[in-house]
Design a protein around this ligand. Structure first.
Ligand SMILES: [Zn+2]
Length: 277
């Protein structure tokens, strides 16, 4: 599942390639999008801005039209030069926005809709989002208050709730709790203010770091920082995907368990992250 930093990078790349350019062609497999494209064509409009909010990617066109997409588990946006061969099958294509020089192709995107600015402001999915972990005006106090409202929730579950904090996904959830030495199954009410604030600050720090230029893969573990070339993403993480392997701090085998209503995998070190304080 793409996390907030992946969507942020995708939006940034698309924005650099497409912003300010007129749309040459629009194509989609969504009937609802095509109906709007028939009524008020996308071609000829200028792409004004592409950005992310939490895990939503928004493409703003001139004439008060915004394309909202959500990647869920498998969706992704690619950018190609016109005529360049796609890295995915045409079968997986859901949306194409083409300018004179580039094609933005959305593959396997499950959620897409056109909205006006006014509808965006009212959109239940967007309105309900907690502070975007990558936003310039991010306020940790709001996130801490949102966590406190879910006093009975397990901390790992609460962190995945996009109404608490937008942009954090399942991989970073395990990583950040490890870095803060907090057991993922502890309830919010059991945690001290200093624990909550370190979780929130670390979330922002790590996601910010992962959208800095030149870093290609999700990284939380710095032990291989000097490694160059292609590296398994799991080699760059503290606990996620490392079940039964020794903890990078203490050597205790990392454990994994399904957690919460969605049975998302949670990884942790039972020694570094004890279940009681
Ligand atoms: Zn450990």
């Amino acid at each position: 599942m793409p996390e907030g930093d992946t969507i942020f990078r995708a939006a940034r790349t698309l924005h650099r390639a497409l912003a300010g350019k007129p749309v040459r062609a629009f194509e989609s497999v969504f009937p609802a999008l095509n109906r709007i494209n028939d009524d008020v064509p996308i071609a000829g409009r200028t792409i004004e801005r592409i950005h992310s909010t939490g895990k939503h990617l928004l493409i703003r066109f001139s004439g008060d039209l915004v394309l909202r997409t959500h990647m869920r588990m498998n969706g992704s946006w690619h950018i190609y030069r016109s005529g360049e061969k796609w890295q995915r099958s045409r079968r997986d294509m859901r949306i194409v926005v083409a300018t004179a020089d580039f094609e933005a192709v959305g593959f396997n995107i499950p959620v897409a809709e056109f909205l006006s600015e006014r509808e965006i402001a009212r959109s239940p999915e967007l309105r309900a989002l907690g502070p975007d972990v990558l936003a310039d005006d991010f306020d940790p106090q709001i996130v801490i208050a949102n966590l406190r409202e879910r006093a009975g929730s397990e901390i790992a579950e609460a962190l995945l709730n996009q109404r608490v904090l937008a942009g954090l996904g399942n991989v970073y959830k395990s990583e950040i709790l490890f870095m803060c030495r907090i057991n993922p199954f502890r309830r919010v009410q059991e945690l001290a203010e200093v624990d909550l604030s370190s979780i929130v600050e670390e979330s922002r720090r790590v996601l910010k770091l992962n959208v800095s230029e030149g870093l290609e893969l999700m990284t939380t573990y710095g032990g291989l920082r000097r490694t160059t070339g292609r590296t398994d993403p799991k080699d760059r993480l503290w606990v996620y995907g490392r079940a039964r392997l020794p903890c990078r701090r203490c050597g205790t085998p990392v454990v994994v368990r399904k957690q919460g209503n969605d049975a998302r995998l949670t990884y942790w070190c039972p020694h570094c992250q004890p279940s009681t304080a």
